[in-house]
Design a protein around this ligand. Structure first.
Ligand code: FPP
Length: 265
């Protein structure tokens, strides 16, 4: 990320493009970064080159969201199902996460980014876990954008984990099952403390949620683009934001309204 994030301190901030209403930007954007493999295959390159280029697209997106005052960016980097990929690709991805984190931590700190890794981190290589722990601690007090990297993340696993935690509390007599409500449930999710995403962007044209943020996306606006993730750039982000600003959010009512407060911190 050195090229992209580090340069933000030397380049002026990117102004919000004309046509976007600064008062109606999503506070939290989530992205399913799909199409890395196809991007590489179309160029006759090994699939992993698509992931390498995907990191550049993620850095661009993070910088733009940060510059434009979007409060949180949550990216789906590695799903619980991604372990089923060829061993070499999984190893490449783990090594890539390590390299990116080690290389970018200084820039993240300087840019006031608060990074967190959401998911079951136990099965990750120990070197990566150590880097994650260090980056999380060192950026925890930062005042800028919340950057959540979903790693070994699965929406169903997250819901089961939350249910188990509440059941354990009830079994210990610390919680009355009848008192469990949406706020208490949301507090057991990996995303606890983060507001729900307002906008989900999925690249490469697939019309699926793919086990991503199943609870948190309940009222998100969906933007699906044919752009492959490594090609996702300012123009593609602006197009997603314009699409978002053209929606009427009603949250189950009949009039435009604010999100239900139960899921918000
Ligand atoms: C999906 O494309 C992409 C991934 C599984 C990996 C995305 C990971 C990154 C961009 C790195 C992020 C790193 C850090 C440390 C923040 P695909 O392989 O499913 O593409 P395909 O559908 O064309 O095969």
């Amino acid at each position: 990320m050195s090229r992209a994030l580090a340069t933000t301190s030397t380049l002026s901030q990117q102004a919000l493009p004309a046509g976007l209403d600064p008062a109606r930007l999503p506070a939290h954007v989530a992205v399913i970064m799909d199409g890395n493999g196809r991007w590489a295959s179309r160029r006759g390159l090994p699939r992993v080159m698509g992931h390498r280029e995907g990191v550049e697209a993620l850095k661009r997106t993070l910088r733009l969201c940060s510059d434009w005052g979007i409060g949180a960016l949550t990216a789906y980097a590695f799903s619980t199902e991604n372990w089923n990929r060829p061993g070499e690709e999984v190893s490449f991805l783990m090594a890539l996460f390590e390299r990116v984190l080690a290389r970018e931590l200084e820039a993240l700190e300087r840019e006031q980014v608060r990074i967190r890794f959401l998911g079951d981190l136990e099965p990750l290589p120990s070197g990566l876990r150590a880097l994650i722990a260090n980056a999380t601690t060192r950026t925890a007090g930062n005042s800028g954008i919340h950057f959540n990297v979903c790693t070994n993340y699965g929406g169903r696993a997250e819901l089961v984990h939350a249910a188990r935690r509440l059941a354990e509390q009830a079994a210990r007599g610390e919680l009355d099952p009848a008192s469990i409500d949406e706020t208490q449930f949301a507090a057991q999710l990996h995303t606890a403390g983060e507001r729900d995403p307002d906008l989900l962007i999925r690249t490469s044209g697939e019309l699926r949620i793919s086990n991503f943020l199943l609870w948190q996306l309940a009222y998100a606006e969906l933007h699906i683009t044919d752009v492959l993730w490594p090609d996702f750039d300012e123009r593609a982000l602006v197009s997603a934001l314009l699409d978002y600003q053209n929606r009427q959010r009603r949250f189950g009512g009949v009039e435009p309204s604010l999100p239900p407060s139960a899921h918000q911190p």
